[in-house]
Design a protein around this ligand. Structure first.
Ligand SMILES: *Cc1c(COP(=O)(O)O)cnc(C)c1O
Length: 483
């Protein structure tokens, strides 16, 4: 026991080994003891390295391929933040440490990180306070809608509805429904924005809040945001900003200045932490002053002597939404990223994200229909409707991109665009990468006439040509067969 433990911590500086030898006086009952040694596979390091390297090559990832997956912001995640998150002082910290008597001093650095990133995100978004706890974007939305509910409850009001536009990310109506609200959906107008007249018709004193993504999932910035917020406030409703894709407006505009009351951010999109197979992510939530008391506990506070502590004394708080401080490693990486880029770096992020998206949009519009063709923000949506008339679907084009080493854009979303392909190049890609992508998209458009079968047969470089996705989900077979 001692030996194994010693091995695993060897090399970590400053760590004292606790005394953890097994008491020799304890006799284990015979029935629990093995009669013979466990048969563990004996393989060489080289075999292990090859096994895992080959497994890793079965994946598409941002480290190996371009990934213009609209709405998901699959951008490069700097490796230096991984190093910072792996520092012993952070990595070895037990989450209960701050609550142990005297232990608070050992956790000061981590508490400071949480405190400071909350201040930075408040400044970036124009909010008054943030909670770092929610573990994903959707979890942040749920927290935000629960704050809306707590606020109205505190006012002695029982409101019934949350309004969302029909272009909204599916998690918006889902979060509202899980928090107990009925969802009212408002259609999109010909400019690609929520229809403001329809919206005003739906507003009443029964509406608890409205959830908006801006720029929305069509990549379009709604210039009427301020009057939408004003109209909502007039009937006492709160306005929620889905800031999953804040990279489009970083340092350019702040939801708080526009009149939003609650914001959630996706650190795993805007602030350069990996999505990693569905997690771990972080969906911190920011609020304006009058909602501050409803934020989940615990809160990190600064004492008068400049030290930090966890504060649970918040009677109006909606309670626990996640253990401890949320996904601390993710928070730490984002903090490092923000500190590295600084103000001018974050502004450059927004400018590059928007420039890259518009560059692709303009070069593709001769070949694809673009239903809402105006200056876009960080992403834009094309339609393969013209290609569909020739028998080629968005799915065929997506599969063709796979055979060319590019992860397809998000397809068939948002639902309001037929044969949608939602493209987000992100701010971290080079002109060469974008040009290659554009060239392949144009090639696909041309193949619709010259060799449509090639698109139907794509991808041609995978063990299985066209996976039956429904069958794959229902009848999962994880055994890898070498072809
Ligand atoms: C990604 C995304 C979400 C949900 O975030 P998750 O971390 O995947 O739960 C919500 N809204 C928008 C606009 C998004 O792009």
């Amino acid at each position: 026991m001692q030996l194994i433990f010693e091995k695993s911590v060897k090399g970590r500086k400053g760590l004292k080994l606790p005394n953890c030898t097994v008491n020799p006086d304890i006799e284990f009952p015979k029935k629990y003891l093995r009669a013979k040694d466990v048969e563990l596979p004996e393989v060489s390091e080289l075999d292990v390295v090859r096994h895992y390297t080959n497994l890793s090559k079965l994946n598409f990832s941002v480290d190996s391929n371009f990934y213009p997956l609209g709405s998901c912001t699959m951008k490069y995640n700097p490796k230096f933040t991984e190093k910072i998150a792996a520092l012993d002082g952070f990595l070895d910290l037990h989450p209960l440490m701050p609550q142990l008597r005297g232990g608070g001093m050992l956790a000061q650095g981590s508490l400071e990180v949480v405190y400071k990133i909350e201040r930075l995100l408040s400044e970036i978004t124009g909010m008054d306070a943030f909670t770092m706890q929610p573990l994903a974007g959707a979890h942040g939305e749920l927290t935000g809608v629960m704050i809306i509910a707590a606020y109205h409850r505190y006012q002695g009001q029982q409101r019934k509805y949350i309004i969302v536009p029909d272009s909204s990310h599916g998690t918006n109506p889902a979060s509202a429904a899980i928090a107990g609200y009925e969802v009212i959906i408002v259609p999109t107008d010909e400019n690609g924005c929520m229809d403001i007249n329809e919206f005003k018709n739906k507003l009443s004193e029964d509406v608890a809040g409205i959830m908006l993504t801006c720029p929305n999932t069509l990549g379009i910035y709604n210039s009427q945001i301020k009057s939408i917020c004003d109209a909502a406030h007039e009937v006492g409703a709160l306005v929620y900003y889905d800031g999953a894709n804040l990279n489009a407006i970083l340092g350019k505009s702040r939801p708080g200045d526009l009149g939003f009351d609650i914001v959630h951010l996706n650190l795993h999109k805007t602030f350069a932490t990996p999505h990693g197979g569905g997690g771990p992510g972080a969906g911190p939530v920011g609020v304006i002053k009058k909602l501050k008391d409803f934020l989940p506990i615990s809160r990190v506070k600064m004492r008068t002597d400049g030290t930090y502590a966890l504060d649970y004394d918040k009677p109006k708080s909606l309670g626990f939404i996640a253990p401890f401080c949320g996904n601390f490693g993710v928070i730490l990486k984002s903090y490092a990223y923000i500190m590295l880029l600084g103000k001018s770096g974050l502004i450059a992020v927004a400018e590059r994200a928007v420039l890259n998206a518009n560059y692709c949009r303009v070069l593709l519009k001769k070949y694809f229909s673009i239903p809402y063709d105006r200056m876009c923000m960080h992403e834009f949506v094309i339609s393969a409707q013209l290609q569909k008339e020739k028998g080629i679907s968005a799915l065929d084009i997506a599969k063709y991109l796979i055979s060319k080493g590019i992860h397809p854009p998000t397809i068939y979303f948002p639902l309001i665009v037929k044969e949608a392909m939602m493209i987000e190049p992100t701010e971290t890609e080079s002109k060469e990468t974008l040009d290659n992508f554009i060239e392949l998209m144009i090639e696909a458009a041309k193949l619709c006439d010259s060799d449509p079968q090639k698109l139907h047969d794509a991808p041609d470089n995978m063990p299985v040509k066209r996976l039956d996705e429904t069958k794959a989900a229902r009848d999962l077979n994880l055994r890898w067969q070498k072809s």
